[in-house]
Design a protein around this ligand. Structure first.
Ligand SMILES: CC(C)(COP(=O)(O)OP(=O)(O)OC[C@H]1O[C@@H](n2cnc3c(N)ncnc32)[C@H](O)[C@@H]1OP(=O)(O)O)[C@@H](O)C(=O)NCCC(=O)NCCS
Ligand SMILES: CC(=O)OP(=O)(O)O
Length: 339
């Protein structure tokens, strides 16, 4: 069903799907009438990966789903739902310190992404996937306002699982890239948090021991610039916060990935040449880097997977396929199993 291109030995997404099937969760697709979401819903229902809630106008969803079997999905119209008033009251309570009024809250929860986040917040669903037609910020705002960060987490960031065909770098062609979706210009402290969160995502979702490279245009002092200083500071902070983590920086991407280059540029580093988690210094680098790998190396790019939220909500790229959405449904389910 899911096409994993190339010859990676690890069936990352297959393993996650099997785990999702072992304890079925209820996942909301906020863009319920969109064609790729409907195809993904059909696959997820047929293969018993998750119970699916489609948000949107029932007639529109049914018309868009012509030829697909989505009969097992629950359809909820946020603009006309018996739960709307309860969610509006709860949203008003969450946001009244920010000037929210009950009248505005009633309007806002008609937006499927706000309604869906309220479903997850109120335990009426286990997780949410959205972003095939909406920009990332449209999902991040309701997620930040309603779901909020997990206890002890300062910032939410994101990761992509990158599955690069016919490649043995990283963990046999499987890598985690972070942050490619959320924090435009992280401080050194935020960059350290991103690294620690991404390492955790690699371990818990992919099942691989993380080896973390803090990327830069410099390797171990080959260039001097304030941008490099930020990466060095973030590396030191992450080492202090997580002393057992295999992490090193600052490293250029070739030094991080390729053993021969690592020997020349960063001799003695245990991370250089073996990294499987790549931490980008800012969102320009991260977002460009993942899209280049996806399009030029024909990699699967699953994400942006949000890390640090109190409950599972995951974003998609507007360039995603139905199979990418199925993978995120499974990932969101597995995250919900851990809650
Ligand atoms: C995430 C984003 C939308 C927040 O922007 P913003 O609304 O201007 O941010 P604000 O500073 O006004 O914060 C809004 C709320 O979100 C919270 N917030 C912002 N960034 C956060 C983060 N990384 N983690 C947790 N909470 C965050 C703020 O604390 C604030 O909460 P409050 O209203 O309860 O006080 C913005 O950072 C963004 O656009 N990021 C890039 C998204 C993107 O385009 N990615 C590329 C494609 S994937
Ligand atoms: C993650 C990302 O870049 O999303 P989009 O392609 O939708 O902007």
């Amino acid at each position: 069903m899911l096409v994993v291109k190339g010859a990676n030995k690890m069936d990352v997404i297959g393993n996650i799907i099997e785990k999702a099937k072992s304890n079925i969760k209820k996942i909301v697709l906020a863009e319920g009438s969109e064609a790729r979401n409907l195809k993904a819903a059909e696959i997820a229902l047929k293969e018993r990966i998750a119970d699916i809630v489609l948000l949107g106008n029932e007639a529109e969803i049914k018309a868009a789903a012509k030829g697909l079997n989505i009969s097992g999905a629950e359809i909820i119209d946020p603009a006309n739902s018996p739960k709307s008033e309860e969610y509006a009251q709860a949203f008003y309570e969450l946001r009244k310190h920010k000037g929210m009024t009950i009248e505005k809250a009633r309007e806002i929860v008609k937006d499927p992404m706000y309604y869906g986040c309220m479903m997850v917040k109120e335990d009426d669903a286990d997780g949410l996937v959205s972003g095939a037609i909406h920009a990332t910020a449209d999902l991040l705002r309701p997620a930040f306002q309603i779901i909020k960060t997990a206890p002890g987490v300062s910032v939410v960031s994101s990761s992509f699982i990158m599955i690069v065909p016919n490649c043995n770098l990283g963990a046999d062609g499987v890598l985690l890239y972070s942050d490619c979706g959320v924090i435009p210009n992280p401080t050194a402290e935020e960059l350290a948090s991103i690294a620690i969160a991404a390492a955790r995502t690699m371990k818990t979702l992919v099942g691989v021991e993380p080896i973390v490279a803090m990327l830069s245009f410099s390797t171990k002092g080959s260039a001097e610039h304030e941008l490099v200083d930020k990466v060095r500071k973030a590396t030191e902070l992450a080492k202090k916060i997580a002393p057992d983590l295999q992490i090193d920086g600052e490293l250029q991407a070739d030094a991080a990935l390729v053993p021969e280059v690592a020997e020349l540029k960063a001799p003695g580093s245990k991370v250089a040449g073996h990294a499987n988690v790549l931490i980008f210094p800012d969102l320009q680098a991260g977002n460009i880097g993942y899209k280049l790998t996806q399009r030029l190396a024909k990699a699967e790019a699953i994400g942006p997977l949000l890390q640090g939220l109190a409950k599972p909500v995951n974003d998609l790229s507007r360039g995603c396929s139905p199979e990418d959405i199925v993978a995120e449904i499974a990932i969101t389910s597995v995250e919900a199993q851990g809650n």
